[in-house]
Design a binder for this molecule. Sequence first.
Ligand code: ATP
Ligand code: MG
Length: 234
Amino acid sequence: MIEIKKLTKQADNKLILRGIDLSIKKGETVAILGPNGAGKSTLLKVLATLIKPSSGHVTINGYDLRKNQMKIKKMMGYLPHSSLLYDHYSPLENLVFFGNVYGIKNVEQKSIDLVREVGLSFFLHEPVKNFSRGMIQRIAIARAIIHEPPLLLLDEPHTGLDQGAINILNNVILSMKEKGTTTLMVTHDFKQATELCDRIIIIKNGKIVDDFRLEEKKLNLVSEKYQLQVEGVS
Ligand SMILES: Nc1ncnc2c1ncn2[C@@H]1O[C@H](COP(=O)(O)OP(=O)(O)OP(=O)(O)O)[C@@H](O)[C@H]1O
Ligand SMILES: [Mg+2]
């Protein structure tokens, strides 16, 4: 699904990504862990075609990232730190707008269903600018999945969510996994990473320092490996 070879990203004379080699298969759910400033969000932005790599080669579903940006954008749902929603629009208006961008059918009904799924039916027509952070994140999740993308790129998706919304998000991720969706999730939350993902990647200083499968859902294993790689503690 994703093939990354010798990817680098430089900005302001600083090397943010220093040679990433990574191969992710269709249907994998992968967590990306690493300290602040490691380059995790930058990697996701490159994959979402928001910023250009400085060197290296990336293909998504066989499409070259540099040449097929529109095709790749349609294939993915990207949930960044910022919500990408229009403040003065309601959830319904936002979802209908983004649904139309992707050319999906029955967009109004689908939007209403999604707002219900994220538990905000009561606020269907309220402008998003009046929403709390967690409510915005719920609608942002709905926006990211409205076109049922085969690839999900999630940047700290659990941040700001209450327990109910965490359950909604996790159900979305797991039910999309059942449909064969590939998910790449940046997170600082080891518990969510362990519960949801079948593979863990640790990034430090723009490089992958560990990459392992989670055969058993052991939180200890993840935090031990993280401490070893990131903090140098064994
Ligand atoms: N446009 C830019 N210009 C210059 N430096 C940048 C730019 N974008 C990011 N950086 C730098 O690149 C480094 C990696 O940033 P990035 O946002 O990818 O980190 P991160 O791993 O997502 O961190 P966090 O866990 O805090 O979200 C940081 O040092 C940041 O200051
Ligand atoms: Mg980040």
